[in-house]
Every structure is written in C-alpha cells, then in structure tokens.
Design a protein around this ligand. Sequence first.
Ligand code: XIL
Length: 346
Amino acid sequence: SSLKAHFNKQFLVGSAINAQQAKKTNKDTHAIIIAQFNTITPENEMKWERIHPKPDKYEFSLSDEYVNYGLTNNMFTIGHTLVWHSQTPDWVFEDAQGKPISRLALLARMKDHIHTIVSRYKGKIKGWDVVNEALNEDGSLRDSKWRQIIGDDFIEKAFTYAHEADPNAELYYNDYNLYKPDKSAGAARLIKSLQDKGIPVHAVGLQGHYSLTHPDLSELDEALTLFSTLGIQSMITELDVSVLPFPSEAEQGADISQDLDLQKALNPFPNGLPQKQQDALSARYRALFSLFLKQQNHLSRVTFWGVNDANSWRNNWPMLDRTDYPLLFDRTNRAKAAYDAVIALP
Ligand code: XIL
C-alpha cells in the first residue's frame, strides 16, 4: 500500500521536494516520492529570491525541472509562493537608490512577476499559493512591505493577477497557526472579503508545522469547520511534527552547536529517537490523520514538508543544528512506525 492509495478517496497526499530530491540520481528518495505521493510542492525553487533574483533576471532552470518532474510523474503540481514577505529580495521594494518605490510601481512589479511565472506554467501547475503568511497572530494584517507600500488590497491584486494569467489554476491563501481561533477568524474575514469582491480564492492552506503538543486538535477541527462554512476547501500544506521542545524566544536565535547545555536541553535525542517518543509521534500522527479523515469532505490535500527526516527544515527551525524526527520516513528512507500508524487507519 501507499499513502496516496490509502487516502485516494479522501484527499491528495504530497510532499515538498527540492531540486536535490527530484533528481533521479537520488534513487531512494525519488522512489518514495513516486510510490507514496500524488502531489508535490517546491520547497524553495519558486520563491521570489530564487526564481526572480534581480529586476530583469528570471531564473527558471530549477523551477522548470520541478514542473517537468511533476508532469512526468503525473503529480498534482503546486506552485509556492507568489507573494510573501520572506525569501523576497529587498530590491523588490526599492528603487536604484534604495528608496521605497511607489504603490503603482510595486503593483507593476508584482503583476510582472505573477504574470511571468503563472503563464509560463499555465495548465501545468494546478494550484498556486498566491499569498503566504499575510496575517498576524491576532488575525489582523501583517505589516509587511507589501502592505506598507501597496495597502491592504495587495492581497486581492495578487489573486487577480494570478487568475488573469491562468484562469483554470486553483488559487490558495496559505498561512501558519491557522488553527488558532483569532488567526483563523482573521483568515476567514480575509477570504470572505475576497469572495465579496468576486476575487477567486479556491482553498485555504494550513501549513501544519506542528509538535507533539501543538495544535490543540479540537481547535484545528473548529478551524477546518469554519473554513468550510465559506464554501472552500482546506488543505494541510506543510505538515511535519517536531518531537523536540520549542525554544523560548531568547533561545530561538541561538546556534546550539555552540552551547552544550542548550544542546542537551533542546536537542535531547541526537543519537536516535527513544521508543517512548516514537510511540508519541505515531499516536500524534494517527490523531492528526483521524481528524483529517473526519474532515475529509472539506479537506482536499495533505502535503508533508519534506520526504524524510534527514532533509526536513525542522532540523534547522526554530533552532539551528538540531536532529529532529518530524516526518514519516527516517534518515535512511525507511517507513517509520508513524507511517504504519497512519496507514493502519480505516
Ligand atoms: C522553508 C524551507 O523549508 C527552508 O528550506 C527555507 O530555508 C526556509 O523556508 N513556511 C513556508 C515555507 O511557507 O516556504 C517555509 O519553507 C517554511 C515555513
């Protein structure tokens, strides 16, 4: 069996991949991707800094490879992400003298970026994370450069441009912590305001960078129900479950390889995950997928953020240099007990 076969009737199951993993030379990982998943998301290759590093320079080689990989392997291929405050070069917001550009100039830049990329992959990329992480934790709009320069309507403009470039592509709003009541309420208000203006938005993406204790599953359940009342689907777009403690704010900037005490406290299992934590991870994944099955009518996709523990970004977030175990495949690409727990669900 496989994840994609097991949940075939309920939702797509996918993984973020990066240029490295998509190589056929990386045989084990490639084999897992094609055996287990029916949808892929590019981990970094389509972010602004990669695909459009300089004003007049688009860099399409890795994103072309990604899209071809998706086509060749019959994947529902996702684009990630068009408008974000992060991994976006400073020049986007500045003139040649380093001064902030005008609203109209930034809108023109955004339009060129979105039209260029979305039309290049028209019909090939089936769904786009159009806007990523535009909300604060209290549900208000984040004070990003996009918002400072353009205003609140930068979001609807981004969706409109994407729709112009590929009217058949699904368009998503994507964010983290969308299980939190204030933030999910803010996302619902945002999506409703787009719908009221006739701007197409087809689904909301809940990133899903979780832990053994967060989120509270009843809150996640309520958020999924709330989004369903808007008449749109939800998707879990970046699932991983850290088994490590979440550092305090003071510790978050630290590099634990420099501090042995901190390393012990925040990286307690560098030589492998003890049975107890393995069981806890399996139980957690099982509970999450039980909830996804319960919400299956409103959930169209579940995508993991990486294929195996070795290539997960959780080894470097929220702390550098950790050894984390957040995915269903271990560092040698073997299916973990958590995989069996998920596959065993009816
Ligand atoms: C992460 C990648 O996994 C890392 O390799 C990169 O260094 C930083 O970005 N939210 C998102 C993703 O929408 O794009 C982020 O991916 C993780 C958080």
